[in-house]
Design a protein around this ligand. Sequence first.
Ligand code: C2E
Ligand code: MG
Ligand code: MG
Ligand code: MG
Length: 287
Amino acid sequence: AAKQRGTRAWAQYNEAMGAQAALRMELAHRLKSALVEGELSMVYQPLIDVRSGQIKGMEALVRWKHPEYGFISPAQFIPMAEESGQIVELTNWTLWQACSVSPGMRADGGSAIVPVAVNISPVYFQRDDFVDQIRHVLKKTGVDPDQLQIEITEGVLLKEQQQAVTKLTELRRMGVVISLDDFGTGYSSLSYLKNLPIDKVKLDRSFVVDVTTSEADAELVRGVIEIVHNLNMVVVIEGVETAEQASLLSLLGSDLFQGYLFSRPLTACDMQALIRNCCDFRQVFDH
Ligand code: C2E
Ligand code: MG
Ligand code: MG
Ligand code: MG
């Protein structure tokens, strides 16, 4: 009987996996037309300067609204796009979008534009024409290089480390600010921090979840922040959801916050309005 149960469980498992694989294939196929059909859109989430409470940047995040399945998470379809090569077209598009909305991202009457950061997947980064593409989009849209930022992960280093360093150095020389995303997950090692020409380190959300309840987690975050500061880089904390987390992370030395506590990702229009009307976000967590 146990064996039979086992067999049935296995069959159900197989069926579920089969359905999932079929769904994956269908989505991968569908993604091809999603760009053309206008099913993709961009949203923007603010980064808050811990000391001034002002919006100091924003991250551009892609959204896919499938006509049948509704919103599909980028965590699900970005890997598909990387596998199929569609990530190239997709990233070109995100860069155009981000640069196109950039001129409107300023406080009323203000001259300073809030910079926008675009996620760059390793597949896109490793292409020979990567830096030229960035230069091309900047030139065509007339956006200053210091108004565009990029977010990379340690995945860009899996192949040809020296070429990666060369590309990043070239971008930085142009004035493009570079963030290392999802730091502390996967295989990230401290040596990346030392070897990579980067400006900001984004601590993954997993560091934040228990920071107010676990002393060990808090000490870990304090230590990482100190290391990053000693390397003259800026610390961004991702996924700040509560005022308690923000207060503590502020005491631990964070420079920038990003998270639902301050704002969910917004349409370009809503993001512009937020920048124009914005108050001091310190009142959200500073008591
Ligand atoms: P990421 O680059 O680390 O982006 C941060 C993710 O955390 C976003 O998820 C954002 O919506 C989410 N987030 C922000 N604040 C909070 C919070 O307080 N709590 C929680 N639980 N989550 C928060 P999203 O938009 O679903 O994107 C997931 C991942 O997909 C991104 O992680 C990034 O790796 C990838 N991605 C998104 N857009 C793009 C894109 O345009 N190009 C590429 N290559 N990858 C993208
Ligand atoms: Mg990111
Ligand atoms: Mg991130
Ligand atoms: Mg993350």
